[in-house]
Write a protein that binds this ligand. Structure first.
Ligand SMILES: [Zn+2]
Length: 130
């Protein structure tokens, strides 16, 4: 199992980020990693509700991290890119790449007492709604 330290460098995600931003026609500066307001994180392409703010936690990484998605909102598939086996997460409705899921929740971050799954999501693949 891959730990969060081995998450690929940000550059690896730039093409995805760029594609999303081009489709959205919005700035790439948006950053949700340190946003702690109550609300819902939705898919920027189809508007499906993906994560509740209550499931967000401080992971110590530079990506927004969640304990669990809204039920049925995302799909996971195996990703063999960058020489690793990871679980890629995509929007269940439109298939947009959201990030990856890891089983290292217990070791990363200070507010994930139940441990288990960590959903590591790109800020650019989220639309925050209050
Ligand atoms: Zn979607």
């Amino acid at each position: 199992m891959v730990s969060w330290e081995e998450t690929p460098p940000e550059e690896a995600e730039e093409p995805i980020r760029k594609e999303i931003m081009e489709r959205r026609g919005r700035s790439m500066k948006e950053e949700y990693t340190n946003l702690w307001e109550k609300g819902v994180y939705a898919c920027p392409l189809c508007g499906a509700r993906l994560f509740d703010s209550g499931a967000k936690f401080k992971s110590g990484t530079k990506w927004p991290s969640f304990r669990k998605p809204i039920e049925g909102a995302i799909k996971e598939k195996q990703d063999f890119s960058y020489g690793m086996i990871r679980s890629e997460i995509v929007c269940a409705k439109c298939g947009l790449h959201l990030g990856h899921a890891f089983d290292d929740g217990r070791e990363c971050g200070d507010s994930h007492p139940e441990g288990g799954r960590r959903y590591c999501v790109l800020s650019s693949a989220l639309d925050f709604k209050k």
